[in-house]
Design a protein around this ligand. Structure first.
Ligand code: GAP
Length: 459
């Protein structure tokens, strides 16, 4: 069975994900991506960018700064309302989100409820709640805790009042909204069109559990689609379908994905759905898709004093564009893709083989090249030649550590689809052994045909 513990352990052991600042005892809810992790992350981001920007005539890219004018976070409602319901266990002093504790006992609650609503629900279920760390049943009152991360950017003198506090962005889409007019005025786009970007976001998340599912620094991939109000719901349905297909293309099985409709909507929203994935801890949010009405551009018009309306070319009437949004964390897709690929197989000798069966487009390395023996210079020389040939075409690594069995096990655990071994026959017959990760079958392939052989299979 795929458990979160097994995934965490493999990610650390095989250089995908490390806890942050580990030699200093760690730093809660922050993670670093290792040599294989960064390749997987880049694969996810590349696929997303191609699908959301390069394959679409109606969507353009953007890379806005992490720091933005403080007023943006007032306009967006984050300073006033971006808060999680916090409670503390009076025995072990760990802090938790009240809505999560309620969800664990089957009571529906979320961070969007007001402090009064969630407090009342929490209090009426108090006797059933247990601390996930120490098991005791003694919690403080619920308090709403703002999760924007403050910074002291710049040489500001005098009092840092709330109005001047600078924040690390809590979501990337605000950078898109405030550049709407720039993009409109400087490119060929016409409504309906989208702006997409990938970048870091920061939140003082209350609980730090579930590995990279919920972290305080994370990367978002967001696309905001600007349209006429009459187009909103039709385009929203199309976007939902388009985004679902993206996950199927990444190799996630349909049975591990499902829609979750938000019943309680914020006052301006027309619709809100999440795509959920079946993580080892159960179905949970992978991506959010929201029909946001004209809230975002109306708020930024109001707070900036700039006219963000769009002149309808057919009617010559101005209107504030409505927005539909697709928003997902790179880390959540990363975790879903690893969980989906994680496989344990019982071999004939009774041993358990652990293998990450990534689709080729997700595999951090597409091939690995080994000399059969590392102390035979003629084999190493030939293997290096083959490595040079393969790495011109595919992301590939050279490995001469330990015996062949160990090297196969390592490559299986990082999900490399093909291992290429150079042996003494290779020198005479100008061929190599290619081992398939999933079937473990080995074939002799002429060196002249090797690149084509791999290209056919890695498509
Ligand atoms: N602009 C809309 C927005 O930010 P959200 O539901 O707060 O909406 C969107 O976040 C997506 O960002 C989530 O579906 C999730 O994939 C990712 N995400 C949010 N908070 C996260 C966190 N603390 N750690 C990792 N990913 C997170």
């Amino acid at each position: 069975m795929t458990t979160l513990e097994k995934i965490v352990s493999l990610c650390k052991r095989r250089g995908f994900v490390y806890p942050s600042s580990e030699i200093y005892g760690g730093f809660a809810s922050i993670y670093d991506f290792g040599p294989y992790g960064v390749e997987l992350e880049n694969n996810i981001k590349r696929e997303w960018w191609k699908y959301m920007v390069q394959d679409r005539e109606d969507i353009v890219g953007l890379d806005s700064a992490i720091f933005m004018h403080p007023k943006i976070w007032h306009a967006s409602g984050h300073v006033g309302g971006f808060a999680d319901p916090l409670t503390e266990c009076k025995k072990c002093h760990n802090r938790f989100r009240g809505d999560h504790l309620l969800n664990e006992i089957g009571v529906s609650a979320d961070e969007k409820m007001s402090e009064e609503e969630i407090s009342a629900l929490f209090d009426s279920n108090r006797d059933k709640l247990k601390c996930p760390v120490c098991g005791k049943n003694d919690f403080t009152e619920i308090k709403k805790f703002n999760i924007l991360v403050k910074s002291n950017l710049g040489n500001l003198t005098g009092n840092l009042d709330d109005e001047n506090t600078v924040y690390l962005r809590g979501e990337t889409c605000q950078g898109i909204y405030v550049n709407f007019k720039n993009v409109l005025d400087s490119t060929r786009v016409k409504i309906p069109f989208g702006i997409a970007q990938i970048g870091k976001a920061f939140r003082n998340e209350v609980t730090a559990r579930q590995f990279i599912f919920r972290t305080r620094e994370f990367e978002q991939m967001e696309m905001q689609y600007f349209l006429h109000p009459d187009q909103e719901m039709e385009e929203y349905e199309k976007l939902k379908e388009y985004r679902w297909k993206f996950y199927i293309n990444l190799g996630l099985k349909e049975k591990n994905l499902k829609w979750h409709q938000h019943e309680k909507l914020v006052f301006y929203a027309k619709a809100a759905y999440d795509i959920e994935y079946n993580f080892p801890f159960g179905f949970d949010e992978l991506e959010g898709l929201h029909a946001r009405g004209d809230y975002d551009l109306t708020q930024h018009s109001k707070f900036s004093g700039q006219d963000l309306s769009y002149l309808d070319p057919d009617t010559s009437k101005p209107f504030i564009p409505h927005i539909i949004e697709s928003s997902v964390g790179v880390g959540r897709i990363f975790l879903a893709v690893i969980c989906e690929a994680y496989t344990e197989e019982k071999l004939e000798n009774g041993e358990i083989r652990t293998v990450l069966k990534f689709k080729p487009n997700m595999a951090p390395f597409k091939a690995a090249v080994f000399p059969l023996l590392k102390n035979k210079p003629e084999l190493v020389k030939k293997a290096r030649e083959i490595f040079d040939l393969v790495k011109e075409n595919f992301v590939c690594e050279f490995d001469d550590n330990g015996n062949i069995g160990k090297r196969y096990r390592r490559q299986d655990e990082i999900g490399t689809p093909y291992c290429i071994t150079v042996d003494f026959d290779s020198l005479e017959k100008k061929d190599v052994t290619v081992r398939d990760r999933d079937t473990m079958k080995q074939e002799r392939i002429k060196i002249d045909n090797l690149v084509e052989y791999l290209r056919d299979r890695l498509k």
